[in-house]
Write a protein that binds this ligand. Structure first.
Ligand SMILES: NC(=O)c1ccc[n+]([C@@H]2O[C@H](COP(=O)([O-])OP(=O)(O)OC[C@H]3O[C@@H](n4cnc5c(N)ncnc54)[C@H](O)[C@@H]3O)[C@@H](O)[C@H]2O)c1
Length: 307
């Protein structure tokens, strides 16, 4: 972790997710220096100018469109770069292209930064995080995926909305893949310790709406970016303020209910060191089976790109 006096966050890939994340971090005064890097340099320059013009109305920070050299003093490097699917392209081919992009990004970052924290949001986030961790050779606690923090937030929102309870008082987890094989841990979900009084059908409906939320939003407006930006901001805050907050991020698992050698979203204690520890949720037998299924799917994908 950099000991520079100024806190620096670098965002690589300032498309919909990256620029919204950068703006969210800026609005909440999370850092002294914010560096925007994109393959499409004019986009990064334009975003930096646009954000700088708001600083007289906001507060002190330095924002610029940078280069990989600027990763040198970064406390956190957020990667939100990605390429869209080409017509007729398979998901595995898209995955391979994204891995190639990540390979070049990771090579560049590693030239200049040895002790920061890498925070990955690009999809499939669990695979990208695993790949980046392998490629970097960094300890797993410093390579973090956004995991199922967003999905858990969606689940909590939907439960709170259904029961007319502030969603911040809803304790519920989505774990596993950030994607189709994720699962809701209903056996432990509660509102301030009280049981969630919903029927099995209502719970299933809420889960499906959580799992498939991104499809709905993408169909409506092309991309999702506000809630993921808040999730990334939440993780950055837990790191920079050494909060030891429990967040469902994607991390390396070693015998988590028998699941090993894969990155997945599970509750983790996040502090200045990154993922300080993984919390062993006491999930039930059915949930364990679903967790294993999710892990098997991710392992199959890892194999398909032969890491
Ligand atoms: N983890 C989550 O919960 C979550 C949520 C939403 C989106 N995402 C993912 O985030 C990623 C970005 O989504 P988006 O909507 O912002 O896409 P986008 O197309 O708007 O932005 C991607 C950006 O990456 C840049 N880029 C591409 N190759 C690059 C490279 N080699 N170096 C630097 N920059 C490069 C592009 O120029 C573009 O600006 C996607 O993979 C998406 O699936 C994840």
């Amino acid at each position: 972790m950099s000991r520079s006096k100024k806190t620096r966050i670098v965002v690589i890939g300032v498309g919909a997710v990256g620029s919204t994340t950068a703006y969210t971090l800026l609005l909440r005064s999370r850092m002294d220096e914010l560096v925007l890097i994109d393959f499409n340099k004019p986009k990064a320059i334009g975003d930096a100018l646009d954000m700088n013009h708001g600083l007289p109305l906001l507060g002190k920070a330095k924002v610029w469109a940078g280069n990989y050299e600027d990763c040198a003093d970064a406390d956190i490097i957020i990667i939100t770069a990605g390429v869209p699917q080409r017509p007729g392209e398979s998901r595995v081919d898209l995955l391979k292209r994204n891995v190639t992009i990540f390979e070049s990004i990771t090579d560049e970052v590693l030239k200049y930064n040895k002790d920061g924290i890498l925070l990955i949001a690009s999809n499939p986030v669990d695979i990208m995080s695993y790949f980046t961790w392998k490629k970097s050779g960094w300890p797993e606690h410093r390579v973090i995926g956004s995991g199922t923090l967003l999905d858990s937030s969606r689940l909590r929102y939907l439960i709170g909305n259904k029961l007319n309870i502030d969603s911040r008082s809803v304790h519920a987890h989505i774990i596993g893949e950030h994607g189709d094989s994720e699962l809701a841990v209903w056996s432990l979900a509660n509102i301030a310790g009280s049981e969630i009084l919903l029927s099995a059908e209502e719970k299933q409906e809420i889960f499906v709406n959580t799992r498939d939320a991104a499809y709905k939003i993408i169909e409506a407006k092309g991309a999702t970016y506000y809630a993921i930006a808040l999730a990334l901001d939440r993780i950055c805050t837990a790191i920079l303020k050494n909060e030891a907050s429990v967040l469902n991020v994607s991390t390396f698992l070693a015998n988590y209910h028998g699941v090993s050698d894969v990155y997945m979203g599970v509750p983790c204690v996040v502090d200045r060191s990154g993922v300080r520890e993984v919390l062993p949720l006491q999930i039930d037998e059915d949930e364990k089976k679903l967790l294993h299924k999710s892990a098997d799917k991710l392992k199959g994908l890892i194999k398909s790109i032969s890491m």
